[in-house]
Design a protein around this ligand. Structure first.
Ligand code: COA
Length: 705
């Protein structure tokens, strides 16, 4: 029997005049129904017991309370509600103290703000991150935080979703006292007894007056303007501001009512569903079949082969993760450039005041440049990041096979090459794995971990461990051209090309894609990445392209002019004098027209809606094929790939979640309709057809592996 089940979610015990209320709801003390009911009962008990003069609320384990139970959102509510619990805590006639030693986030901080006094320990993390789930603090947080911290600071905290340290929380007025130590019960008890000895009174946050209302409202107006610009289609940020306006303008209880109404609107919005899906999906991708079978291999010393942009970015990630890195380049000049690429990142941080020279020196002490493979004979793990060419990579792996110690993990950073072939260039394919980093590798969160046929399970778990150390979001992928991300990208990019040739300008397409929530459209991305990259890929694929498949040549014509995007001052857009934002280029439109004429296409109008229907249908259909073939473990792995690596709007949850929300039958109907024009391109995935036939959605395949 599981011992966990026997421990109540909330326990009370008397320590002198203090009723200690401790919360035990692993892993993070989320405010599930049992916790809410337990807290309510504990306050009732304290109020009814004359011997109790103070209540101490503490969390067991690592967290104080990490917030509402996110798994309950969207399900029918079960009383007591969190606002009711918070109001009851605040109304208590015994002084209530919260002792915060870990995460006090969302509802957790709302509970703490309803207490009368707050003491924090150094590891406390305080925040109202509801905005990242498409919500707002709905248990009085929007009314109490401005009263404790000031209107502007509280609104900024809620809009950013940031976590404050204990020290910052003290400075902001969120906590009354900061005490060194690790034991919240001892610290909280000492503080409660200190308050009792000083005859401290019940002190309710709701009773704090917001002074200088005119200034507060002016600040809110500025924040609203800024938010409208930055929120890019997000629903809850402006609602947060509305709630705080109510806190300033209305009596407390009316403010609470307003907050409740707006919270419900957010809760019912599809954005909440998308963002909550993203939250769990990002935690799910690390759960892989190999995890049960094999513990990771030990690694501390690693080697990176290649000091170009990618190799240097990976080196920075590895150094930041505390690893010792030897970088290998072929000659003195190249290794000097490689080191300079690494140092440039840290120098940038120093220039911005975000790093000291000493900190850089301490990090660089773990970095060794070398031009000899023999120097990496004792490393535990190698990441090869040389030129993207199969023969070049195979030669590197032969060399690694010669020098590396038995059991060293040999990883290749590639975006599309056949890793099985690279593994077979060695005598130890069981040690070879793919790690597809995204550029800039020290910043981008996504890491596709590509699992070739012969790799040993503990090499796979080692790669996931590396991702964790580097604070990356790992996604397990199978071997195919482009793995999960680039394979799907190639298909929806093709759909965009067809839409362009059929009548929409690249600028209209980019605008529609931005309107959907992306930071950039596909043609802007091409210009940013460099048109020559895609051009090289198209040339590589030319030999294997189905001659019957439709092929749009506009991008090739643009590249033939030497217009490779931002770096050459023009691509699909013009970038006069190094401008970062492009301007429409009439010459590009003329090229598009000429290509249409060549193919006998009469251009037609596309609405933004039709553009997105086609763009998304192509993405979802290929996503379904990727899942069907086992390249992605589950639909959620496709979602996380696009959220973390391709700028997919987080509030839509990822392409597969988006398809579920639209309805798979509708997506399939679109594909079938488009197939009337081009049956070769618009071939519906068998998995999509099967799910529609069974009345199921992609989420039904997201079960734990
Ligand atoms: N409700 C339900 N489950 C939660 C949760 C919540 N509020 N917060 C975390 N969890 C779960 C995670 O899904 C994970 O479950 P799993 O082990 O089954 O995958 C587990 O708790 C541990 O969380 P994880 O994020 O992996 O641990 P961490 O130590 O890296 O981070 C937190 C801990 C609390 C900082 C982080 O989980 C977090 O930010 N949680 C959300 C806080 C929040 O947004 N609260 C407001 C809710 S409105």
């Amino acid at each position: 029997m599981n011992a966990e089940v026997l421990i109540p979610a909330v326990q009370t015990r008397r320590e002198g005049a203090v009723l200690v209320v401790s919360i035990h709801n692993p892993p993070v003390n989320a405010l599930g129904q049992a916790v809410r009911a337990g807290l309510l009962a504990a306050v009732e008990q304290a109020d009814a017991d004359a011997a109790v003069q103070a209540v101490l609320i503490v969390g067991e384990g690592k967290a104080f309370i990490a917030g509402a139970d996110i798994r309950e959102f969207g399900k029918p509510p079960v009383p007591p509600s969190l606002p009711e619990v918070c109001n009851r805590i605040e109304a208590s006639n015994k002084i209530v103290v919260a002792a915060i030693h870990g995460a006090a986030l969302g509802g957790g901080l709302e509970v703490a703000m309803s207490a009368h006094y707050r003491v924090a320990l150094p590891a406390a993390k305080l925040g109202l991150p509801e905005v990242s789930l498409g919500l707002l603090p709905g248990a009085g947080g929007t009314q109490r935080a401005p009263r404790l911290m000031g209107v502007k600071a509280a609104t900024e905290l809620m809009l950013s979703g940031k976590h404050l340290s204990a020290k910052a929380g003290l400075a902001a007025g969120l906590v009354d006292k900061l005490v060194e130590g690790e034991d919240p019960q001892a610290t909280g008890l000492a503080y409660a007894n200190e308050l009792l000895a000083a005859k401290a009174a019940v002190r309710r946050t709701r009773d704090i007056e917001i002074t200088d209302k005119a200034m507060a409202l002016a600040d809110l107006q500025m924040l609203a303007l800024d938010t409208a610009k930055k929120a890019r289609g997000l629903f809850s940020p402006l609602k947060i501001i509305e709630c705080v306006q109510a806190a300033v303008n209305l009596p407390f209880d009316e403010g609470l009512a307003k907050e409740r109404a707006l919270f419900t609107e957010c809760l019912n919005s599809p954005q909440r569903a998308g963002l909550v899906h993203a939250f769990f999906a990002e935690r799910e991708t690390a759960k892989i079949p190999e995890a049960k079978a094999a513990a990771p291999r030990h690694f501390a010393k690693i080697a990176i082969i290649g000091g170009g942009t990618m190799g240097a970015g990976i080196t920075v990630s590895a150094l930041d993760a505390g690893l010792t890195v030897t970088m290998i380049e072929r000659d003195a000049d190249s290794i000097a450039r490689g080191q300079a690429n690494v140092e440039k990142v840290y120098n940038g941080l120093i220039a911005k005041g975000r790093m000291t020279e000493e900190a850089k020196a301490a990090i660089m002490a773990r970095y060794t440049p070398s031009t000899s493979y023999d120097e990496i004979a004792d490393v535990d793990l190698v990441i090869e990041a040389v030129f993207e060419d199969l023969e070049v990579k195979k030669a590197v792996f032969k060399e690694l096979d010669r020098v590396c110690k038995p059991g060293a993990v040999l990883a290749t950073n590639t975006s599309y090459l056949d890793i099985d072939a690279i593994a077979d260039a060695t005598s130890r394919p069981q040690d070879v794995i793919g790690l597809h980093f995204f550029s800039p590798a020290n910043i981008m969160k996504l890491l596709e971990i590509v699992v070739p046929a012969k790799v040993a399970p503990d090499v796979v778990t080692t790669a996931f461990e590396l991702a964790k150390k580097m604070k990356k979001v790992p996604v397990r992928a199978g071997v195919c051209d482009g793995f999960i991300g680039n394979r799907i990208l190639a298909v929806y990019k093709q759909a965009a090309d067809y839409i362009m040739e059929d009548g929409a300008s690249p600028y209209e397409i980019d605008e529609a894609v931005r309107g959907f929530g992306y930071p950039m459209g596909p043609f802007q991305v091409t210009d940013l990445a460099g048109g020559d990259i895609g051009w090289a890929t198209r040339k590589r694929r030319a030999a294997t392209r189905d001659p019957k498949a439709r092929y749009v040549e506009v991008a090739d014509r643009i590249c033939e002019n030497g217009w490779f995007g931002q770096k050459t001052g023009r691509g699909f857009y013009l970038y006069p004098q190094g401008a970062r934002v492009g301007q429409a280029d009439p010459e590009v439109l003329a090229i598009v027209d000429k290509e249409r004429a060549k193919k006998g296409v009469t251009p037609r109008q596309f609405s933004a809606d039709e553009i997105m229907r086609r763009y998304m249908a192509a993405m979802v259909n290929e996503g379904a094929k990727v899942v069907e073939e086992g390249i992605a473990l589950r639909p959620l792995d496709v979602d996380v790939t696009f959220l973390s690596g391709y700028g997919f709007p987080r509030f839509r949850g990822g392409p597969m979640k988006y398809a579920d929300m639209v309805g798979l039958d509708k997506v399939l109907a679109d594909i079938n309709e488009f197939a009337k024009e081009d049956a070769l391109f618009w071939k519906p995935a068998a998995l999509l057809q099967k799910l529609v036939a069974e009345g199921k959605n992609f989420d039904s395949l997201n079960k734990a592996v």
